[in-house]
Design a protein around this ligand. Structure first.
Ligand code: PEP
Length: 271
């Protein structure tokens, strides 16, 4: 969407819809170029009144950022190391990321389960990214057994507290107070990610309402924080999801690897 139209929509809506594609560890260089340029072209042909984010592999960040720049598409990294340069073989820190993208994805369930990342790292990543003027998407969600045990709200409350409460949450609370658009929270039930088992509209709606209430414990601007749902979102199921009140968009994995499907999902959230 052209910048002037996007700014007009931003002025009219305190929570402009935001749809993010998480490419995970997929795409060759050529595929990344083609996918990003097709998304940019389709978004320019469709009057999407929504922000689009692409979380792509580190190695393609620089190139994709240039390809999509004219369409104001936000490019983000899927992880970050929250510390200064130094002897950390294999790591990429936030400072480096500021040169090639503007958002960081934090707390994705695959970071929690496959790589063993913990709340201490997530909190540090959020603080570091916000301090360096980057945007943040923070993911929370219950796993299958927590859902079966009726523990979902307790888990979500804990994951929110882990980044918002206490001294470690101070910079996040301040940042949300100054500009709530810089922090996006994605509710992603782990059992729905990549499984084709999308949560029902009723379930998502209840959880989103609960999450907004929890955010209210830490911020007087909780109503302005944008909330996404993630978990097997596709063009076939997005219509009902996009109508949930309090919900502002989606975090899309598998379907974001198809430009047409991804833009259709973005279109469903257009205001
Ligand atoms: C994700 O990667 O965050 C995700 C929601 O994946 P999928 O849409 O494939 O379930």
């Amino acid at each position: 969407m052209p910048a002037n139209l996007l700014n007009m929509v931003r002025d009219m809506h305190s929570r402009i819809p935001i749809i993010s594609g998480n490419w995970k560890m997929n795409t060759s260089r050529e595929e990344a170029r083609n996918l990003s340029s097709t998304i940019a072209r389709l978004s320019s042909e469709t009057n999407l009144t929504a922000e689009i984010v692409l979380f792509i592999p580190y190695v393609w960040l620089s190139e994709v950022s240039e390809i999509v720049a004219s369409q104001e598409i936000i490019v983000g990294a899927q992880d970050s190391y929250p510390g200064p340069n130094g002897a950390y073989t294999g790591a990429v820190n936030t400072e480096m990321l500021t040169e090639v993208c503007s958002m960081v994805l934090v707390g994705h369930s695959e970071r929690r389960t496959v790589f063993g990342d913990t709340a201490t790292k997530f909190s540090a990543q959020i603080t570091d990214a916000l301090t360096k003027e980057m945007l943040v998407t923070y993911c929370i969600g219950e796993n299958e057994s927590e859902a079966a045990d009726g523990e979902t709200n307790r888990v979500l409350g804990r994951q929110i507290a882990e980044v918002f409460a206490g001294a470690d949450g101070e910079s996040l609370r301040n940042s949300v107070h100054d500009d709530p658009r810089r922090f996006v929270l994605a509710y992603e039930p782990v059992w729905a990610i990549g499984t084709g088992r999308v949560a029902s509209v009723g379930e998502i709606s209840d959880r989103i309402e609960f999450i907004r209430g929890e955010l209210g414990k830490y911020s007087d601007r909780a109503d302005e924080i944008r909330l996404q749902y993630g978990g097997s979102v596709s063009p076939d199921n997005v219509a009902g999801i996009s109508e949930i009140s309090h919900l502002d968009g989606a975090l899309v994995g598998g379907a974001s690897l198809n430009a047409g499907d991804f833009i259709d999902i973005c279109g469903a959230f257009t205001v």
